[in-house]
Design a protein around this ligand. Structure first.
Ligand SMILES: O=C(O)CCC(=O)C(=O)O
Ligand SMILES: [Fe+2]
Length: 319
């Protein structure tokens, strides 16, 4: 990736702040920051110390063990849902490899995944580490949704319903450093197909870049306690077009000599998405039909191959 990136922080919300409790001034202010950041950039950063450095270390070891498995084993993780299985050895993104763990907030689902990777004997340590991590990152997902709902004045019953009917996927990603004659692109520019994605640059290596509202690509600094909350395509539909899905990419600089790991907790809606009535008014007439089925949208994405986001949304469910 030749283009220059300028490092500049996106809004940061400190979830460790003692005052960050529902209905406090700090909470209301943070909800506003979360919503406006989603509308402007499609993302914000949260600080969240509950994921400790020691848990990160255990997870890095778990990822080394996972990606160190033979390709034949990793490719056993298949899925009929787009991007939920093994992805690797792709000619146009040679540095990238990923594996998706379905329903990682449930221990038995983590075990199901581990049994595919280690069929000979249960890998309890892997399951415990991944499950503990996913449950904590799930808290970030829930808080982020609550903040956005609250700032729009959408009732919490709807938020509860969205959270309860969300399906989660933990995507584990490994990027190897580029060879001298290889391009630095780790992952091409894209928006996620999710409601929201919570992305963590796990082993402290930068690489994630986000196109800010001014059109400039900006890096996001990695730290064990920093998570990037990104809006996906479905959040744009839910918000009746107000939220801007986050356009991002990964660049692996030639200066980097080690493998980079990142984790993404992706949420999808198991039910048809409903645009809340509070988000439809004269200024914002209804933009999408009540026909957004998430898995159907993934299939549509795969089959239609429409790259441009607005064209895709319009073709899928636009009015
Ligand atoms: O590796 C990263 O930081 C981001 C990964 C990503 O964008 C994705 O999995 O959709
Ligand atoms: Fe992404």
């Amino acid at each position: 990736m030749g283009s220059q990136t300028i490092s500049s922080p996106f809004p940061v919300i400190d979830l460790n702040d003692e005052n960050m409790k529902a209905d406090t001034e700090a909470w209301v202010a943070a909800c506003r920051v979360a919503r406006t950041a989603m509308e402007e950039h499609g993302c914000f950063v949260v600080k969240f110390d509950k994921v400790t450095e020691s848990l990160c270390k255990s997870l890095v070891s778990a990822m080394e063990e996972l990606f160190g498995l033979p390709m034949e084993t990793k490719s056993q993780k298949t899925s009929d849902k787009l991007f939920h299985g093994y992805l690797g050895q792709v000619s146009w993104i040679p540095l990238y490899e990923s594996l998706g763990i379905d329903d990682p907030l449930s221990m038995s689902a983590c075990q199901k995944f581990a049994n595919i990777m280690w069929p000979q004997q249960p890998n309890n340590r892997f399951c415990e580490t991944v499950n503990e991590y996913a449950k904590l990152v799930g808290e970030i997902d829930h808080i982020a949704k609550r903040m956005v709902f609250e700032s729009y004045g959408v009732d919490m019953e709807r938020c509860k319903y969205m959270i309860e009917s969300s399906e989660y996927l933990l995507r584990c990603q490994e990027y190897r450093p580029p060879k001298k004659d290889e391009i630095e692109m780790g992952l091409q520019p894209h928006t996620d197909l999710t409601i929201i994605s919570v992305v963590h640059q796990l082993n402290n290596l930068n690489g994630l870049e986000i196109k800010a509202s001014d059109g400039v690509w900006r890096g996001v600094d990695a730290s064990p306690s920093s998570f990037v909350v990104m809006a996906g395509d479905a959040f744009k539909v839910w918000s009746n077009g107000r939220i801007r899905p986050c356009e991002h990419r990964v660049t692996m600089s030639h200066d980097v000599k080690t493998v980079r790991y990142s984790m993404g907790l992706f949420s999808f809606s198991a039910n048809t998405l409903e645009i809340p009535p509070q988000l439809v008014d004269q200024e914002h007439p209804l933009r999408y039909k009540k026909t957004f089925h998430h898995h159907d949208y993934l299939r549509f994405f795969e089959e239609s191959k429409i790259k441009d986001l607005d064209t895709r949304m319009q073709a899928y469910c636009g009015i």
